[in-house]
Design a protein around this ligand. Structure first.
Ligand code: SF4
Length: 263
């Protein structure tokens, strides 16, 4: 079974959400705002990949001024990435896919850009939102931990020679970065945490398949985390966490209260 950083994140934060999304395939559609942001981010990633392949992007970027200014800001901040003549003996690849087997699972990662030479292996990831205090905790997120772990497990680079840098391209016209270093202690810690999570996951999965036992939910004491979750009704967590929200849903589901819309 393949596991990505997103799946590990769900297994750690709410195993029931993992069950809904990956076992029951109940992924809810994004809101219009989320869709707009996802679509913009996807186009940005494709343009960066196209550029890395040596294909022209100027005309495509020019039709979207925000895209153009984000790419310009990134180029200004890190010209090395855009250099038409990278140093020889350097390996570069956009959308670089890697995987490693770990305790019966295949852990997978897709790096937006990998630059590797005899001194270092640098993983780059493009984030199409601003760097904020909240995003500074990215170093502890599973994306960072898994991406670094897989690089160390699948190459000859010692952990100390591997790093991961996030570039935030919508930070008020200026690209900003956050670099996460790696070392042997962090690698061992990730190995321990992966072992713990995968062992639990195996138990939940076996029980789910054998008897239909549901994966654990976040504890009721932390039910405020459910307020933003699209599965809150299914999990019967709205009433447990916020009575105001229940009123909102009750109102919404009362057809008589919905205003007529002229077409
Ligand atoms: S509503 Fe709460 S318990 Fe249910 S999937 Fe979402 S976060 Fe998990």
């Amino acid at each position: 079974m393949r596991l990505s950083q997103a799946q590990l994140k769900h297994l750690e934060t709410c195993p029931r959400k993992f069950q809904h999304i990956y076992l029951e395939r109940l992924n809810p559609p994004p809101t219009p705002e989320q869709w707009q942001h996802l679509s913009w981010g996807s186009r940005f990633h494709k343009l960066m990949q196209q550029r890395e392949l040596g294909l022209p992007i100027a005309s495509l970027a020019a039709v979207d001024p925000q895209m153009q200014s984000s790419i310009n800001a990134l180029e200004e901040a890190v010209p090395e990435i855009f250099s038409p003549h990278p140093p020889k003996e350097t390996f570069r690849q956009a959308e670089h896919w890697r995987s490693c087997h770990f305790q019966g699972y295949m852990l997978t990662a897709v790096y937006d850009l990998l630059i590797a030479d005899s001194n270092s292996a640098r993983i780059f990831d493009w984030k199409t939102y601003p760097l904020s205090q909240k995003t500074r905790s990215l170093a502890r997120e599973w994306q960072t931990r898994l991406y670094l772990f897989i690089m160390a497990e699948t190459s000859d680079y010692p952990p100390e020679m591997i790093s991961m840098t996030y570039w935030f391209v919508q930070s008020g016209g200026k690209a900003q970065s956050l670099t996460c270093s790696y070392d042997s202690a962090k690698h061992e810690e990730t190995q321990r945490d992966l072992t713990r999570i995968l062992k639990r996951f195996q138990g939940w999965l076996q029980a789910y398949e054998a008897t239909g036992e549901l994966f654990p939910q976040v504890p009721l004491s932390a039910a405020n985390k459910c307020l933003e979750c699209p599965f809150a009704l299914r999990c019967q967590r709205l009433s447990a966490s916020n009575s105001d929200t229940i009123q909102g849903w009750d109102t919404l589901t009362n057809l008589a209260d919905i205003q007529e819309v002229c077409l």
